[in-house]
Write a protein that binds this ligand. Structure first.
Ligand SMILES: [Mg+2]
Length: 232
């Protein structure tokens, strides 16, 4: 098996979900109470803390999928409470967030992501998704049609550590059986979690944030082409 590996971030790099967690909470609330008069802006403040990636210095024992979602329940309830949702409605909606967050049709691939994965694979790399995410990310990757181009999906929920914590990078390197200084890259849209986190271990990293106005990054396809051109 090739020792050349590209680690790919998921959210904002390969795919996106409308309004991410606030979007999922609003979708769940709308299912439970179609007349609920709540906006994304009222849900967002309650979601700025409480997720494991808000405290990447903390490493925990990996939870079961049910345990991972249960640990977020107080965060969901607090967000609904902050938005003025009735407690009984909030409890029912919180129970629905898991299903809504990973609803396949809520996600879309970012332009160029399939071509990017195909480019690095053709250049001899294994593609490994390395993401701060929930337990069901591997199933979502499959549902979005990425599985044909992806060798492995590693989600922080199954590791108990979040980027930029070195522990999740060390876990990923060990899992694929390569060293940080072999032909390994990290591509992601977050300058701290993805780029600084990887570089701290000596992994080469590329910021792929869509290369919009004022960006220092590349598009995901241009990142892949750069890696292929540097291929050893
Ligand atoms: Mg991201």
């Amino acid at each position: 098996m090739t020792s050349s590996v590209v680690f790919w971030d998921f959210d904002g790099t390969l795919a996106r979900r409308d309004d991410l967690w606030a979007g999922a909470l609003l979708d769940a609330l709308t299912v439970v109470d179609p007349k609920a008069n709540v906006t994304l802006d009222r849900l967002r403040p309650g979601l700025s803390t409480g997720f494991p990636w808000h405290t990447p210095d903390e490493v925990v024992d990996a939870r079961t999928p049910d345990g991972w979602w249960w640990s977020l329940r107080p965060t969901f309830l607090a967000a609904y409470h902050g938005a003025g949702v009735h407690p009984s409605t909030a409890r029912a909606a919180a129970d629905r967030v898991r299903e809504e967050f990973y609803r396949q049709d809520a996600w879309e691939l970012i332009d160029g992501s399939l071509e990017a994965l195909s480019t690095t694979r053709s250049a001899g790399y294994r593609n490994v998704i390395l993401s701060n995410h929930g337990p069901e990310l591997p199933q979502l990757v499959e549902a979005l049609g990425l599985a044909d181009f992806v060798d492995l999906t590693i989600t922080s929920a199954a590791v108990g550590a979040e980027k930029p914590n070195p522990r999740i990078f060390e876990f990923a390197l060990a899992k694929v059986g390569v060293h940080a200084h072999s032909d390994v890259w990290m591509v992601g849209d977050n300058p701290i979690a993805d780029v600084e986190g990887a570089e701290r271990l000596g992994i080469r990293a590329i910021l792929a944030d869509g290369a919009g106005p004022g960006s220092r990054g590349r598009t995901v396809l241009s990142a892949a082409e750069h890696i292929a051109s540097e291929s050893e």
